[in-house]
Design a protein around this ligand. Structure first.
Ligand code: F6R
Length: 362
């Protein structure tokens, strides 16, 4: 059942190129048109509220950048436990979208039931197609990740991102923000991901060497900008939940507003920074860390490592990727860092203490 892997988590990390290709095949027809239910028409929708918990919530944070930048659709994101009791004002002109691997998370389900009374349409992005959240939505879109056993979500996260990217493209088409050539360009970038992720999986041994050092840390920071900011939070969550090392993810630009006080020669700082339009900004934040003797692990592409790798404690070089979809590729090293650090610490990777795979009580 673990197909030769030591842990379900390792198997599920390795499966990502295949399941993402499956999801893309499901939602994109051979002629390059999107294959989505007819009722999923974003025309006339003036706002999208996305609600989820934990890792699924970080998927919505990434997708906010896509819906806003590609489709020009204003997005609100919230965690379900806050949304459900805050009971925010909602309108029939807006849609609500819920993301859940299990489809049974109590807070997310309660948030969905509240939204259903107020919004135009309730859409869910789920792994378990027979789940309560899927059944109670107007439209449920499967992520096709297959069964995820490891408590720390890996392939479900990247499949959620893939389906959310497709939805952002659909919203852009419906809102007249994208023509056929633009769509083809985005789809080519998405279709490149499985191959790029295979390359990233090949770096497992290098990442394991970095993790042996991380295992000695007490606190680790993750930094990112733009759509990589939520991935910084996801990387920190993955690390803390399975290795029990305290970790936080911050937007690079927030560093000087407080967290930089934590930096000394004992604190590793993982910088998730493809060489995109914001790279130079992130490099200057990185230099602030290095000036305080923080140990920078730069995860970037060859151009980024060539430009800014000097003075870093470690570098991990990924292939180039379309900037917008970089969080999907950079998930792989983030997951592998957490996995190998947990292995180095000897924790139970698949069944971390105090956690359950499906959180059916609030
Ligand atoms: C973290 C993790 C959790 C879940 C969260 C929501 O690795 O797995 O944070 O993402 O409990 O669960 P679902 O997606 O089932 O609603």
């Amino acid at each position: 059942e673990k197909a030769g892997y030591k842990h379900f988590m390792a198997k599920e990390i390795a499966e990502q190129p295949v399941v993402i290709a499956d999801a893309l095949k499901h939602y994109v027809a051979g002629d390059g048109t999107l294959r989505l239910p007819e009722a999923l028409d974003f025309k006339g929708v003036d706002r999208l509220t996305m609600v989820a918990c934990g890792t699924a919530s970080y998927a919505t944070h990434v997708a906010k950048y896509w819906f806003e930048q590609i489709a020009g659709l204003p997005v609100e994101i919230d965690i379900a436990s806050e949304f459900r009791y805050r009971e925010p004002p909602l309108s029939p002109q807006q849609w609500a979208l819920f993301v859940s691997q299990s489809g049974e998370t109590a807070d997310t389900l309660a948030a969905l039931r509240y939204a259903k009374e107020h919004v135009g349409k309730v859409v869910s992005v789920v792994n378990v197609a027979t789940s309560s959240i899927a059944r109670e939505s107007d439209l449920a879109l499967p992520i096709l990740a297959g069964v995820e056993v490891g408590v720390a979500s890996t392939k479900a996260f990247t499949c959620q991102l893939t389906v959310l990217a497709i939805l952002a493209l659909k919203a852009a088409l419906d809102r007249g923000r994208l023509d056929a050539a633009g769509l083809a360009g985005h789809l080519a970038a998405l279709n490149a991901l499985p191959g790029l992720m295979n390359h990233a999986l090949g770096l497992s041994a290098d990442i394991s060497a970095v993790s042996k050092n991380l295992a000695e840390a007490q606190d680790i920071l993750f930094l990112g900008r733009g759509p990589m900011f939520p991935l910084a939070m996801e990387g920190a969550l993955k690390l803390k939940e399975i290795s029990y090392i305290h970790a936080e993810g911050y937007a690079s630009g927030e560093l000087k507003h407080g967290p930089i006080a934590l930096i000394d020669s004992h604190v590793p700082v993982i910088v998730l920074a493809p060489r995109d339009g914001l790279f130079d900004k992130t490099v200057s934040n990185m230099q602030e860390v290095m000036a305080r003797h923080g140990k920078v692990v730069l995860i970037s592409d060859a151009a980024g490592v060539a430009e800014a790798g000097a003075g870093c404690w470690k570098t991990i070089t990924l292939p180039e990727v379309a900037a917008q979809f970089a969080p999907i590729l950079y998930s792989v090293p983030a997951q592998l860092l957490a996995y190998h650090t947990a292995i180095a610490k000897g924790t139970d990777v698949d069944q971390p203490r105090n956690l359950a795979k499906s959180v059916t009580v609030e």
